[in-house]
Write a protein that binds this ligand. Structure first.
Ligand SMILES: Cc1cc2nc3c(=O)[nH]c(=O)nc-3n(C[C@H](O)[C@H](O)[C@H](O)COP(=O)(O)OP(=O)(O)OC[C@H]3O[C@@H](n4cnc5c(N)ncnc54)[C@H](O)[C@@H]3O)c2cc1C
Length: 437
């Protein structure tokens, strides 16, 4: 395939790569767009490792908009287009201590949600006690709880339009829509080794590009040969630095390992009861729940009759490139020592619960926890989703498409417009996100 020429090559077929491929092709049907991926199918890397929970409950207006419009689109796909994403509005329940609830950041978070018309409710301690009788809200006289810095629950902040979906189904949806309209077959098992950077315009001199020349990517070198393209879309998530560093573009993103552990509720009466908690949503199940301490959370997994649990710990775990398969190996000790003690203190129903499955993947963090979508020297970068790329995928892909077409504004689902350079590095116009898991 050496020397083949395309208008666009999209590197990476995770949810961001396939959604971008779809919008680019839809709005530029005449363009030859090639999607390449090193694994053997779309959505096999971090997209498949996600908890696939989706929320519009962010503190920054930008993340609110990206997630809210994406969630509305997912609902549209499921309800109006009839494509089942297994999107279930379980809601998100943040359990907060009195001190946390009264923090300025939480006040700003609620104010901004109100302004953006994002629906949420506040539950007081007594209401929560009635709704979730098995929630332990009183640690008085418990030395272990004190040792573990556990904070008592006083409030619940609940987002009713949030929920969970199936990330694989979402990827399949965008992939199928893309391949229906594309005239180029996507290629799997192709590893991009290098982005080709040339002088713009080239003078055909040896050793170009020189420092004084403008530079532009004009293709990639892969393990199967060279591919020439007018634009290179980089949607390689936690691996962005591997291709950007060598050409001197600072992605400003860092990787961090995150893990999910699966717990089954079947035949465990107390866990079944917790899973089937009524009153929060129409499904009659416990919402995606975030504990007030240590960043521990769990989501209901209704098809498996169980829970997925994880932890968004802040300090202690290293930032690093996600490079080897080892970086993706879950650690049972992390569940045993960090997650389980907290989980079972707040919810004694989890006592004795051991994972039946687990996996790990990499978050791609930006410094302000807002995604990046920008053009730099012919490379269109779509990354930095900071652990929430499923829930923002639709909006990020629409912005990438607007940038590709040179549109000053991107129209998100539902008609809201956003300047196309909002998520760029140079013209970034965003608030720092404080609600990160
Ligand atoms: C444990 C965990 C839980 C998460 N939970 C959630 C959640 O609940 N909700 C949510 O919204 N988000 C969640 N996320 C984050 C979410 O998974 C990511 O934000 C999202 O998948 C990013 O999509 P992507 O397309 O950039 O990444 P990826 O799915 O990683 O796609 C990048 C693709 O690029 C390919 N690639 C990389 N380098 C090359 C190369 N050189 N050549 C060819 N191909 C290459 C990879 O193989 C991969 O398929 C979670 C992530 C993890 C790890």
């Amino acid at each position: 395939m050496s020397g083949e020429t395309f208008d666009v090559i999209i590197v990476g077929a995770g949810v961001l790569g396939v959604a971008t491929a779809y919008y680019l092709q839809k709005n530029s049907p005449e363009k030859k767009i090639l999607l390449v991926e090193r694994t053997l199918a779309a959505g096999q890397a971090n997209t498949a490792m996600s908890a696939a929970a989706v929320r519009n409950m962010f503190a920054s207006s930008t993340n609110q908009l990206l997630a809210d419009t994406s969630l509305n689109y997912f609902e549209h796909v499921q309800e109006k287009l009839g494509y089942d994403l297994l999107f279930e509005k379980t809601g998100y329940l943040w359990l907060l201590s009195e001190e946390q609830f009264n923090q300025d950041t939480v006040k700003v978070w609620m104010e901004r949600m109100k302004k953006s018309k994002i629906r949420y409710k506040v539950y007081k301690k007594e209401e929560l006690k009635k709704m979730i009788p098995s929630l332990n809200m009183d640690f008085a006289g418990d030395p272990e709880a004190e040792l573990m810095n556990l904070q008592e629950v006083s409030f619940g902040l609940f987002g009713e339009d949030c929920g969970v979906l199936d990330a694989t189904r979402l990827v399949e949806y965008y992939f199928e829509e893309f391949t229906k309209i594309s005239n180029v077959k996507p290629r799997f098992g192709v590893e991009v080794e290098k982005i080709l950077l040339d002088a713009d315009p080239t003078l055909d001199l040896p050793g170009e590009p020189y420092a004084w020349q403008k530079k532009k990517a004009n293709g990639v070198i892969t393990d199967k040969g060279t591919i020439i393209a007018d634009v290179v879309v980089l949607a390689t998530g936690a691996w962005a630095n591997q291709l950007l560093d060598p050409i001197g573009i600072d992605s400003m993103t860092k990787g961090k390992k995150r893990q999910i552990f699966v717990l089954h509720a079947e035949d465990k009466k107390e866990l079944e009861k917790l899973l089937d908690t009524k009153g929060f949503n129409e499904i009659g199940c416990i919402p995606f729940t975030i504990l007030p301490s240590a960043g521990v959370f769990f989501r209901p997994q209704l098809q498996e009759r169980g829970f997925w649990t994880g932890c968004g710990d802040k300090v202690g775990r290293e930032y690093k490139y996600i490079q080897t398969d080892e970086d993706m190996v879950p650690e049972s000790s992390y569940y045993e020592n960090s997650i389980y003690p907290v989980l079972s203190k707040f919810f004694p129903a989890f006592q004795g619960a051991r994972p039946v499955n687990s996996w790990a993947g990499g978050y791609c963090y930006s410094p302000d926890r807002i995604p990046f979508v920008y053009f730099e020297c012919g490379v269109l970068v779509v990354n930095g989703a900071s652990g929430s790329g499923i829930m923002k995928a639709d909006a990020m892909a629409r912005i990438a498409d607007a940038l590709y077409r040179g549109e000053p504004e991107a129209e998100l689902f539902g008609g809201t417009k956003i300047p196309s350079n909002t998520l760029s590095i140079k013209d970034r116009d965003v608030e720092v996100e404080s609600v990160v898991l």
